[in-house]
Design a protein around this ligand. Structure first.
Ligand SMILES: C[S@@+](CC[C@H](N)C(=O)[O-])C[C@H]1O[C@@H](n2cnc3c(N)ncnc32)[C@H](O)[C@@H]1O
Length: 273
């Protein structure tokens, strides 16, 4: 079993609009950062291709922002497209890190993570260190998908356990289910003395094109399967055809496109000033 899925930033970015919306909704609830008399210091954990990291530079133009990610493919694109001086005179850079072990190496005003912590087992156990690493009045903010019981994921999990596939793919449909329920996030963050703001939203994403749900999951939940079958194109094609047929039944196209409901969980914790 490959321990780390190989990411394809270009496939991921094919649905950039729908994927960016929750980040903007998260950002809208992040208040002012502490005024330290110097540019804000921001960490984006699991930054991916850096396109949402760049939105942080729009909100805090002078900030020094560092994106951390485990995927060399994602970091390469982020570095190429986003690194360097920002339009507002700030600075953006990108560094390899495993979020499971990442700890703030200097005080941060904001630690933010969008659609990444679901890949990180035990991430709530890092909260205490991350909040310790915030400046007084600083913020931890994250968003994780909460759709692991939806047909797209349930069908993927079942197919990986089918007799034809389980020897190679057992567990690959569920390797990323590490999220807590919103109430548990709230409790853990409040227990750490933070002011909290936790909520969930189900977006009714209207996708277009042929097999759009398959195209969506190819950028995320299917990465472990695609990584495992990468050296066997015939098996990959067969798996994709079987999964596509299941998705077509679960998400039939309607008159306006294919509705793909997507639940997401948001949490903001502000450290006492
Ligand atoms: C769905 S993408 C989100 C990217 C970006 N935050 C965004 O909102 O567009 C998930 C990202 O999490 C990263 N990731 C997965 N496991 C990780 C880990 N243990 N440590 C750091 N990054 C990780 C992946 O490499 C990928 O870039």
């Amino acid at each position: 079993m490959h321990s780390v899925p190989i990411w394809d930033p270009y496939q991921y970015l094919r649905h950039a609009g729908h994927r960016t919306r929750p980040f903007l909704d998260l950002l809208a609830r992040v208040g002012e950062l502490p005024d330290q008399g110097k540019p804000a210091r921001i960490a984006d954990v699991g930054c991916g291709p850096g396109n949402v990291t760049a939105l942080l530079a729009e909100r805090w133009p002078a900030a020094h922002i560092t994106g951390f990610d485990l995927s060399p493919e994602m970091l390469a694109l982020a570095d190429k497209e986003q690194a360097g001086t920002t339009a507002g005179g700030g600075w953006m850079d990108f560094r390899p890190a495993d979020a499971a072990h990442w700890r703030p190496d200097e005080p941060y005003d904001l630690i933010i993570s969008n659609a990444a912590l679901q890949w990180v087992p035990n991430h709530p156990e890092s909260f205490s260190d991350w909040i310790d690493g915030l400046t007084p009045g600083g913020t931890l903010a994250f968003q994780v998908p909460g759709n692991f019981t939806s047909p797209s994921h349930a069908l993927l999990g079942e197919l990986c356990e089918a007799p034809q596939w389980r020897a190679r793919l057992s567990g690959h449909g569920r390797r990323y289910v590490h999220i807590l329920e919103p109430a548990e996030y709230l409790m853990r963050l409040a227990d750490l003395g933070c002011e909290t703001d936790v909520w969930e939203t189900t977006y009714l994403q209207l996708l277009t094109g042929e097999d759009p749900v398959l195209d969506w999951v190819k950028g995320t939940a299917l990465r472990p399967v695609l990584t495992e079958l990468a050296d066997d194109p015939a098996a990959e094609a067969e798996f994709l055809a079987q999964y596509r047929d299941l998705l077509r039944k679960a998400y039939p196209p309607g008159p306006h496109g294919t509705v793909f409901p997507f639940r997401r969980v948001f949490a903001i914790a502000r450290k006492a000033a």
